[in-house]
Design a protein around this ligand. Sequence first.
Ligand SMILES: [Zn+2]
Length: 463
Amino acid sequence: MKTRLIPALIFFLFISTASISQNAAQDSTMLKKLYTTALSDGKAYDWLDYLSNQIGGRLSGSFEAERAVKYTEAELKELGLDKVWLQPVMVPKWTRGFKEYAYIESPSGEKTVTNILALGGSVPTPNLGIKAEVVEVHNFEELASLGRQKIEGKIVFFNRPMQPDLIHTGHAYGGASNQRYSGAAEATKYGAIGVLVRSLSLKNDSAPHTGAMSYGDTPESKRIPAAAISTKDADYLSGLLKLEPQLQFYFKQNCKIWDDVLSYNVIGEITGTTYPDKYMVVGGHLDSWDVGDGAHDDGAGVTQSMEVLRLFKKLNYKPKHSIRVVLFMNEENGLRGGLKYAEEAKRKNETHVFALESDSGGFTPRGFSLETDDANLAQIRSWAPLFEPYLIHLFDEGYSGADIRPMKGNINVLAGLQPDSQRYFDIHHSANDTFEQINKRELELGAATMASLMYLMDTYGAK
Ligand SMILES: [Zn+2]
């Protein structure tokens, strides 16, 4: 019995090893094709040029956001996908209005103009602006310890810098962002009349960085204006406060919150040959902040995601699963698009097995951050050698992407493209997030890296 089994076992081992190496050869050929096509005949850069330079900043509810919907819908239709459609979603509309104005006034009356930007969702200042003494704090505990006695009637200045020693700058951003998001709501508790937040950037320059904020459950009548101040001006203000604690800060901002308006997620699909009812999603967010042109955040992710489906069509790859590109609306100040997509997927009982988002800038890709279980993590990590020629090496567990996360719990694998993060927060949410900051090859390498993971997930399926 035993002796008869051995030759069979050897035969089986031979066949399975042969088929594994044959698969590996096929996969490596396919990856090579994806990278070659993206780098020598790519479309992402041209799309991004149009989105950035012809359309520009695409804040939810703006004319530019609507143009971006129409443009990307038309471009997806050009690709000959099986379906392209718009998914309606109501989004918040907030406008900045006339440019903000701010200065520091010394006790002797000397004024120094500073660079600020209203935070997204902030209320305006009264027409004449506000002027008050400034209290610098670094966290909510410090704010609470000062209490109403020290805070009432003042402007609270949150000045905790992003931690410079963290290699993943996204972690440094995460560690500092509660000041921007909840600073106003916290300061209101102690009677503050306005909030200034140090820009979430590791660069020392004059460009303020905006971003979303929330008043939480603060009643409308108690909401106070909130603005980001550039890192350079934050350092200057902090230094001056040590010399002249009685100085005053003036700012005026003209933003407005409107009623919600109708907008859309833009969706395209290549229907699967074997599992048409199992969906894999690749996407980024179509909206951006208003001050730059949103090239990195997240025009890059949008055009890289479109490129994934274009590469498959171009190489005549027919996926087993239905593959969707989803261009989400309103990530920046509401996440309504991501929430709507997940809600509709659930309502229609669609089975989603994989989603991949690119929303960390269009810089040189390093790998992926993954939210999944051990079996899927092991499978994805087993593909690492296929990515080696392209210098892709990160297959970390971690945060995937804001727009796809609402699907968590109803999906096997969530993944985020991890580009090099060292320069991202220098420009993120500022007037410097422009097309000039995009490197064509880095953008294309990102698209090919995403297409490669999508191809492997489609070929081997999620566990
Ligand atoms: Zn983004």
